[in-house]
Design a protein around this ligand. Structure first.
Ligand code: G6P
Length: 612
């Protein structure tokens, strides 16, 4: 969601802010703005649309001012439509204090009313603007920006990652966090603030992760951190683990395509040092200290949102079938408000690519408060969910920039397979049986590469169906979540309405939609329920639906039943989703390209959803 970048130091600030904002574009946004501190004044420029529109405006008006202190923001609208006025930064009445903010101030109306009565004049419909005025009000008597921000934040309820600068104190940025991630970057005689490391990795790898309730004063010489209640905090300086090349397109037209093609490598990374192929075993250091809890668990609950939730659904099939662990999967947003019955015999896995999804984080806290053991399956190292979990497993997919999650999903599935195998072995699965599975898993990256050798039929499908209004995706067993994921990918980036369904459930509703125009994608590997899915294919055929089958290479029967067949290599049934989803990622990608959609930044979507 909203992007934040701030800079103080000897370099020219505007290019650093613009570059930082561009690197944060992937988070999803609908307007952009900057504030620069210049000769004792604050210059604010903001605009609905893309960062490029803001830059074009600055160039048009011959305005590329030099400054050594400034901040930039990309806004994903919550309160007030995405227009120039509602874009951040927001300033106080005198234009002397500027604020950028990610999150929602829940009690903003009460504060706004009070401040209006005291004569403050508001320009926008946003919740954020009250922060600038509230700080202004307190600064009048306090005359200390760092202290004024802390005092102001004691009055607000809600979530924020925010940065404040003021013409009164043009040698600092104030940054604060409650629920929305914020990091400080430390350079040589310069300081940065950012919503995520991508914005500043080109300049520094030394970072400090702010925790909830912490406020930092950042100057060119260093930083100081206190809680909003004035308690000083010593913060550890950490090193960012990825490098610039990982967040660049590397010759691909879109990040999504680059990330799809990275999957042989990212799946391998998820297994590296963990999968002991010939021992038929798995080593996961992040779960060692919770081994007894995990093995003694009454049940496992997997929680996530979006694609991560789909991964959880596949995990349920794996854990129940292979490791015989009772498993439930929940949407984080439902779990947190459902008064779930949780005991300290429950183990809860939180799956999240970003590690920052607000609902998933809240579910973690809810489960932890109720005594469960909470474990993360997270991609972003050092993210909130990773830090608040009691243990867990990083999926090591590297930075994922395309909004539509691809490589993180297959890494999540691989990680779930590892966890499953580890538990199964601990619970008595025989080595010979396990070796068959560890060898299958080990062969997956090579099989993914094989899929990429023949993508032309998928591209042809996209050309054929580019004008379709609807798509149906069907699968059974562990491939039912793959159908859900295929539908989600397509609707996210090509804006075609798509539904995923368990293939047999189709006859209880979606079958009414089937006619000779309806493309129906069946995920139909040669597994134990192959014959059942074939029956469902026949039901669609009888109604003249157009059948696209994702089928195994050695499946010849399917040719006579499907209008189009996309081949994937065969593997062990419960690992099949890792392969079967790849043609669906490619189909969504090519469809979006055919339809001229913005693949990496689809409308209205955010990569990291840090509000409820
Ligand atoms: C957003 C993204 C999805 C993602 C979901 C959960 O909706 O657009 O791609 O699956 O959030 O995000 P997480 O980071 O928790 O996996």
């Amino acid at each position: 969601m909203c992007g934040i970048v701030g800079y103080i130091g000897p370099k020219d600030t505007l290019p650093i802010l613009i570059e930082g904002l561009k690197r944060l574009e992937y988070r999803g946004y609908d307007s952009a703005g900057i504030a620069l501190s210049i000769n004792g004044e604050i210059l604010v420029r903001k605009k609905a649309g893309k960062v490029a529109d803001l830059v074009a405006d600055l160039k048009k008006s011959n305005e590329l001012p030099h400054a050594h202190l400034g901040m930039g923001h990309t806004r994903w609208a919550t309160h007030g439509e995405p227009n120039d006025i509602n874009a951040h930064p927001h300033v106080d009445c005198q234009g002397e204090i500027a604020v950028i903010h990610n999150g929602i101030i829940e009690n903003y109306l009460a504060i706004k009313t009070r401040l209006k009565q005291r004569g403050h004049v508001f320009q926008s419909e946003t919740d954020t603007e009250i922060l600038a005025h509230l700080i202004e009000e307190i600064y009048k008597t306090k005359k200390d920006l760092f202290a004024a921000v802390r005092l102001a934040l004691r009055e607000v309820r809600g979530t924020y990652g925010l940065v404040v600068l003021s013409s009164h104190e043009p040698d600092k940025l104030i940054a604060a966090r409650m629920g929305s991630p914020l990091i400080l970057g430390l350079g040589d005689g310069e300081g940065f603030v950012a919503a995520d490391a991508a914005a500043i990795i080109a300049h520094t790898r030394q970072v400090v992760y702010l925790n909830d309730g912490e406020v930092a004063e950042v100057t060119a010489r260093g930083f100081e951190t206190k809680t909003i209640y004035d308690v000083s905090i010593d913060k550890a300086i950490e090193e960012i683990t990825f490098d610039l090349s990982q967040i660049e397109r590397g010759g691909y037209e879109h990040f999504m395509m680059k990330e799809i093609h990275e999957q042989p490598e990212t799946i391998r990374n998820a297994m590296r040092g963990r999968l002991l192929v010939e021992e038929g075993n798995v080593r996961l250091g992040g779960l060692d200290h919770v081994r007894d809890k995990l093995l003694g668990a009454r049940r496992v609950i997997i929680i996530g949102c979006g694609t991560s939730w789909h991964a959880g659904l596949v995990g349920e099939y794996m854990l129940e079938h292979i490791a015989k662990v009772p498993t439930e999967v929940e949407y984080a947003s439902e779990f947190r408000y459902r008064s779930p019955v949780i005991t300290n015999n429950d183990v809860v896995f939180l799956i999240s690519q970003s590690g920052e999804t607000a609902d998933t984080l809240a579910a973690l806290r809810e489960a932890k408060a109720k005594g469960a053991t909470v474990l993360g399956i997270v991609n972003v190292v050092g993210s909130s969910i990773a830090r608040e979990s009691q243990g867990g497993v990083y999926v090591h997919a590297g930075p994922e920039i395309g909004v539509a999650s691809t490589k993180a999903f297959t890494s999540q599935l691989t990680t779930l397979a590892l966890i499953t195998l580890m538990i199964a072995r601990e619970k008595g699965m025989k080595k010979e049986e396990a070796v068959v599975l560890t060898r299958e898993l080990d062969a997956i990256p090579g099989k993914v590469s094989q899929i990429f050798t023949n993508v032309e039929p998928i591209r042809a499908l996209a050309r054929e169906f580019r004008d379709s209004k609807n798509f149906l995706f069907l699968g059974r067993g562990a491939n039912f979540p793959v159908a859900l994921e295929g539908a989600l990918k397509l609707k996210e980036i090509s804006y075609i309405h798509a539904e995923g369904y368990p293939a047999a459930e189709m006859k209880h509703g979606p079958i009414a939609l089937i006619d000779e125009k309806m493309p129906v994608v069946f995920v139909v590997p040669k597994d134990s329920i192959y014959e059942k899915v074939i029956s469902n294919i026949q039901e669609v055929r009888a109604r003249k639906g157009r059948i696209i089958a994702i089928a195994n290479e050695d499946d010849h029967e399917i040719n006579s039943m499907a209008d189009y067949v996309i081949r994937v290599p065969r593997t062990y049934g419960f690992f099949g989703p890792i392969l079967n989803v790849i043609p669906l990622q490619l189909l969504a990608y090519y469809m979006a390209v055919e339809r001229g959609c913005n693949v990496d930044q689809p409308r209205n979507l955010a990569k990291s959803v840090t509000v409820e």
